[in-house]
Design a binder for this molecule. Structure first.
Ligand SMILES: NC(=O)C1=CN([C@@H]2O[C@H](COP(=O)(O)OP(=O)(O)OC[C@H]3O[C@@H](n4cnc5c(N)ncnc54)[C@H](OP(=O)(O)O)[C@@H]3O)[C@@H](O)[C@H]2O)C=CC1
Ligand SMILES: O=C1O[C@H](COP(=O)(O)O)[C@@H](O)[C@H](O)[C@H]1O
Length: 506
């Protein structure tokens, strides 16, 4: 691991507490951080180093995948952390921050490397790079990298503005735009499964695949992020980034080398091939949006979106969306990619389902069987695994055909304890590997695609469908898939009671 001073802007916030500090601790425990590092937490509220370290301990005890007690090992870890109260608009404060950083650099023999992590509200991103430069923080001989949280802009024009502010100070190769889904173990595994196995890649095209479904369902509402979410909505919060990124990973061509730029080039080609919408009618025909109203979730009554804290009581922001997306290239012509995400849905899960076409000349059709299609399912979150569903003869029957699953449950393996996405991404940024960060051209193309939908949705709101919390979203989301002769496959083995998986063999 290279040495670095990590400057975390937004160190008192939710992301730092739940994700970043636990990630530092796991990296430390796994000896990936070494000893030549320091972390400076930056936020406005006053705090002593002692208080900061107490909060650090609490966050790690609550959220890290390693247990921690206040022992000698803890002290030597916590000794690397200092806090500075600073308003990121205060340029003079950045000079003091530079002094503190220099002191820590000398103390831990770091050699000038700096990683600036912006865990701030997006509207604060713009000024920071300028102030880092003005405060002298970029004047060391080591590397300087900027890790920037999502959302990267609100739409294409604001993303362009933000990008140009950043690029006045940082080179593209030093900008690490986070999409934490790219840090997830099973998202990274998609390429391995595709490109390291003989039996999937030959089938990975419109000859054999009928459709691909990406579901990112959440049981949570907007929690304490109502202020942000109400100006964002599901399309910008999840669609522009996580969902299109997963789609790109599923659809991309094999890169010629496993080099970050080659992989990102292939994703860009997918974004360029997304079929744009020519009219408002096309947007409406291919997308569905919804908003949850009060309902029952896991036996508990939960309030509707408009009753949530910091949400406009007349809000028309979508908390659910589904879309039919086409990738107009040689491989995917005619294959719909269905994507959907929503809050207050019945289960928390992220799954990607590849549905294969039926076999030609199905000899079993002459009997009373309706064969289920073969499915390959990537289970991304929270269960990690892959299963493949196929048809087989029910043992002992007179030729009854049943779906069976070959099920690889990675997270079920005892003691596996896979790293959190943020752990991997922090580690990658520190060692200069940008493979699982988004490059500007990807971000821009994704915004271009999403902006068209958002602008049509902005024209009127009579197509915002309400759904009860605890259901799978509005009926129109099901119709979107049904009108092509398909249906959403149950995730986590759950549907609306209608279809249950038959795991007859495991
Ligand atoms: N929380 C999550 O699960 C996720 C968050 N993100 C992204 O991460 C970023 C941070 O989110 P989150 O942690 O939830 O936000 P929070 O609102 O919880 O935290 C914001 C942080 O910014 C600090 N801050 C606010 N204004 C200033 C200022 N003027 N100068 C210096 N510091 C300031 C706050 O501290 P103080 O008030 O003390 O100044 C606080 O530490 C956002 O971009 C969000 O979209 C992305 C994915 C998931
Ligand atoms: O980026 C975001 O992701 C989370 C969901 O992430 P997960 O890793 O828990 O699946 C989502 O809740 C949040 O609204 C969004 O900003």
């Amino acid at each position: 691991m290279t040495s670095a001073v990590f400057l975390i802007f937004g160190a008192t916030g939710d992301l730092a507490r739940r994700k970043l500090f636990p990630a530092f601790y796991a990296l430390y425990r796994e000896r990936k951080l070494g000893d030549r590092f320091a972390v400076v937490g930056v936020a406005r509220r006053p705090k002593t180093n002692e208080q900061f370290r107490e909060d650090l301990l609490e966050s790690i005890q609550e959220f890290a995948r390693y247990n921690v007690t206040k022992d000698e090992q803890w002290s030597s870890f916590a000794d690397h952390f200092e806090y500075m109260s600073l308003d990121i608009n205060d340029v003079d404060g950045f000079r003091q921050l530079n002094e503190l950083t220099g002191k820590l650099d000398a103390k831990f023999d770091i050699g000038g490397n700096r990683l600036f992590y912006l865990a701030l509200a997006p509207e604060l991103f713009g000024n920071v790079s300028h102030n880092l430069q003005a405060g002298g923080l970029l004047e060391t001989s080591g590397w300087h990298r900027l890790v920037i949280e999502k959302p990267f802009g609100y739409d294409l024009p604001s993303a362009e503005k933000l990008n140009s502010e950043i690029r006045q100070v940082f080179e593209e190769q030093d900008v690490y735009r986070i999409d934490h889904y790219l840090g997830k173990e099973m998202v990274q595994n998609i390429n391995v499964v595709r490109f390291a196995n003989a039996f999937f890649e030959p089938l990975w095209n419109n000859k054999y695949i009928s459709n691909i479904q990406i579901t990112l369902s959440e049981t949570v509402g907007v929690e304490d992020r109502g202020g942000y979410y109400d100006t964002s909505g599901a399309l910008r919060d999840m669609g522009q980034n996580h969902m299109l990124q997963m789609l790109a990973v599923m659809a991309m061509e094999p890169p010629s080398r496993m080099h970050p730029e080659d992989i990102r080039d292939e994703k860009v080609k997918v974004f360029r091939s997304l079929r744009g919408f020519q009219s408002a009618a096309e947007v409406r025909a291919n997308t569905v949006r919804g908003q949850y109203v009060a309902g029952n979730l896991k036996g508990k009554h939960v309030p509707g979106y408009r009753e949530e804290d910091k949400v406009n009581p007349e809000s028309t922001t979508e908390t659910y969306f589904a879309a039919r997306v086409f990738v107009d290239n040689f491989r995917w012509a005619g294959v719909p990619f269905y994507i959907r995400t929503g809050k207050r849905l019945p289960v928390k899960t992220t799954e990607v389902v590849v549905e294969f076409k039926n076999v030609p000349n199905n000899v079993y059709l002459s009997r009373k069987h309706k064969l289920e299609p073969n499915l390959l399912v990537f289970r991304i979150n929270p269960v990690e695994g892959i299963y493949f569903k196929m048809n087989a003869k029910q043992p002992g029957s007179e030729g009854t055909i049943v779906p069976v699953a070959m099920d690889f449950c990675q997270s079920c393996q005892v003691g596996l304890n896979t790293p959190e996405a943020y752990e991997r991404l922090l580690y990658d940024a520190a060692r200069g590997d940008s493979t699982y960060f988004t490059r500007w051209d990807e971000v821009a193309l994704a915004w271009k695609y999403v902006d068209k939908i958002a602008s049509v949705w902005g024209e009127r709101t009579d197509d915002l469908h309400l759904y009860s919390a605890g259901t799978w979203g509005p009926e129109q989301g099901h119709q979107l898939v049904a009108e092509d002769g398909f249906r959403w496959w149950p995730v986590n083995g759950q549907d609306e009671g209608e279809v249950a998986w038959e795991f007859t063999q495991r």
